[in-house]
Each structure stands twice: as C-alpha cells, then as structure tokens.
Write a protein that binds this ligand. Structure first.
Ligand code: ZN
Length: 401
C-alpha cells in the first residue's frame, strides 16, 4: 500500500465517534426520493468540515465532494441519500427516524440502505486529508438522489462525471461484490370488450386472457448465467380500466418485475414475453411496453426515464476485482470470497457509463427495506478502513491496467 495501513487504522479509530454521530444525524433527516434537500445540505456541510477540496451540487441535486490527488486515476465512490418509505410506524421497534443506537447497532429507515455506508465513505475519503497524504489521483465522493426510484441521480451524474474505477457502497456485510442482476419493469395490457356485467356473453372479459397468461408465467424457462444464476419474473400490480363492480372492463393492465441476468437485454425480454403470449393467447392483441415514469428532483429537474436498472458483472479474474479482493483479505484479515448482490444498485448505471465498479459496504443487506432496518457499528468501523484501502488499491490497479 502507498501509505502504512496502521496510519489509516489509527486515524479511522480517532474519527470513529464522529463517523457514527454523522450517520446518526443523517438517519434522523427523512429523505424520501425527491425530498432530499435537507439531507443534501447536511452532507455538503459535513464534507466542508472534513476538508474536502471542492463540494458542489449538480442540477439533479446530487452532492459531489472532491479530494484532489495527483495526476493518477480518478476513483469514484457512490452511495445514495434517499430511502424507501418507512411504512407504518407501529411495526418498528424504535421510531424509524429516531436514529437509536441499541446494542452496537444504529436503527432506522436508511441506516443500512444506505446512510451508514455513505457516512463511512465520506469519512474514509477524508482520512487522506487528515493524514496529509495526497492520493494518486482525485477521489470523487458522489451522493446521488433518487436511487430507490430508478437511479435518476446516478444516471445524471454519469452524464457529467468520469472516473477510472468506482466503488458502489451498498451494504454487503463487508464482503466484495462484483455485480448483480438488473431490473426491468414491464406493462402488459390485455384487451377485451367492455359490456354490462349482467350480459357477459356480449363482452370479452380481459381478466381471462390475463389469467391464462399468468398461469403460464411461473413455468416459463428463464435464462441462466454462470455466476449470477437465473433471471426471474413476478407479477406485481394489476389494474383495470373500470371502477364499477358491475361492468366488464375493456382492458386490464399488469405490471411485471423482471430481474435479468447480464446477457439478457430489455429487447430480449419483450421478445420472450411476446412468444409466451403468442403460444397461449394467439388471438389476443396484448401490448407489451417497458414501463417509464416521470421524475422531478428536489431541485426541479424533470425527466422521464424507462424503468430499467442495468445488470452488471465483472469477471472473477478482472484486475479490479482481484485487486479489491486481495486488499480486503489484507485489511480485514479474512477471506470472505467474492459474491454478487441479489438486488439492483446504481453500480449498473456506473458500469453502463463505462466505469468499472466493485461493490462493498457495511451492514446486512437483508435488513434493507424492512422495519427491522439497522446497521452494525462494528462493521462501520471496519468499513471506513476498508474503503480507504480500496480507493488506493483501485487507483493502483487502474494505473497498471
Ligand atoms: Zn440502496
């Protein structure tokens, strides 16, 4: 390593209480997608106090902090500031925005997904300032908005930022991740003919077409890929064009959540669904479209984006994966191997923009989006050191490849 590990460990330990206090502070600021103004200000303020060389907010409201380094490769860190809805408060052992610390864990919505990891990354990048050590190249700490609704923030970031390698800091139990399946949202509209419910023979009820399709869907053959397993699909939402219970609807709309392996494009998915429809409903004029939604950021930027979270997968022998793995074995003193995530992250958008990305973050990912959400402080402590070491390892790997 370019700087003794012991120096990083010592300064990380000195800053541990401040790291946790900051994580706790941002858990206490609700920041649903599109409502991140207050947390963005708190993050910028902290970066300023930590001595970041440049801090700015782009037009989507993403916060970017830069630690200036030498002429070497730029390393980007990525962790979103929004979170999913906490749901009914009654289900939580502690109020979702209280930031309670109980038995060595920080509780609350957004604690593990992913304000705890964000605090660790923000502090890790700043350690070089405190150590008065200039990293080989620039470090860009990016904290995007609106990840939970499709990644508008990171999609926007990659339109104006470039880097030689990136770390997606989503929780991984402090183990290395090299990719994940993607997600594609689809709308199927089954057409029928509306009629009075008392005379069903005069109409064509689209529920039956949808039902025929739905019974075939679970037995559809899914694409498998070495390293990531198989794609999967499940129906989620179902609506009709009618509100009255005594009318046969003219059409019904079904939403499918498709998790695709890297080799399966959205076009391939649409073709597969079309083939299944043709095999079981040859007469039906069912339409298939990739879902899209309009988003407005807290800064007022409006965009319509397709409901596509790209998958990604770096090879096991990829130089960045190998460098990151060796570093983690060294820093953590154990070999947890390399795995993939089960869910989609902003890492797919970074990879789509041509930035090689590895995944690493503290906390148990299975607690994300649940009312038991919390993060282990011990894992956060370990992660700060690991992030700092990973920044240097990726910069070295980028310089030599
Ligand atoms: Zn997340």
């Amino acid at each position: 390593m370019l700087i003794p590990l012991a120096n990083i460990q010592t300064i990380a330990q000195e800053r541990q209480a401040a790291t946790i206090a900051f994580a706790r502070q941002i858990v206490q600021i609700p920041s649903r997608s599109g409502q991140e103004r207050e947390i963005a200000a708190a993050i910028s303020y902290e970066m300023k106090n930590l001595g970041y060389d440049k801090i700015w907010t782009d037009e989507a409201g993403n916060v970017i902090g830069k630690i200036s380094g030498g002429q070497g490769p730029t390393i980007l860190l990525n962790g979103h500031m929004d979170h999913v809805d906490p749901g009914p408060a009654a289900g939580w052992p502690y109020p979702p925005f209280s930031g309670q610390i109980v038995d060595g864990e920080l509780w609350g919505r957004g604690s593990v997904d992913m304000k705890g990891p964000v605090a660790c990354m923000i502090y890790a990048a700043s350690l070089f300032k405190q150590l008065d050590f200039s990293p080989p190249g620039d470090i860009l700490m990016t904290v995007p908005v609106m990840e939970e609704v499709g990644g508008l923030g990171t999609r926007h970031l990659t339109s104006h930022l470039q880097a030689d390698a990136a770390i997606c800091g989503e929780p991984s139990h402090n183990t290395l991740r090299r990719g994940h399946r993607g997600r594609v949202g689809l709308h199927l509209t089954f057409k029928g003919r509306s009629a009075h419910a008392s005379t069903p023979h005069l109409g064509v009820n689209p529920h039956y077409s949808a039902a025929t399709f739905l019974t075939r869907l679970p037995i559809m053959e899914m694409t498998r890929e070495e390293g990531v397993g198989a794609s999967s699909v499940t129906p989620t939402l179902y609506v009709t064009d009618q509100r009255s219970p005594n009318v046969i609807p003219g059409e019904v709309r079904l939403t499918l959540d498709w998790r695709n392996v890297p080799g399966e494009s959205p076009e391939t998915i649409v073709a597969k669904i079309r083939a299944l429809l043709n095999s079981c409903l040859p007469e039906n004029e069912t339409t298939i479209e990739i879902a899209s939604s309009e988003f407005t950021t807290y800064t007022g930027l409006r965009t319509t984006l397709p409901d596509i979270f790209p998958s990604f997968l770096l090879a096991e022998d990829d130089p960045f994966v190998q460098a990151a793995h060796a570093t983690l074995v060294d820093v953590l003193g154990r070999d947890d191997g390399v795995d993939i995530w089960r869910f989609a992250t902003d890492g797919g958008h970074l990879m789509t923009a041509g930035i090689p990305t590895v995944g690493f973050g503290p906390g148990d990912e299975k607690l994300a989006h649940t009312n038991q959400e919390r993060i282990s402080l011990a894992q956060m402590e370990e992660a700060v050191v690991a992030y700092a070491a990973l920044i240097l390892a990726l910069a070295e790997a980028a310089a030599t490849n």
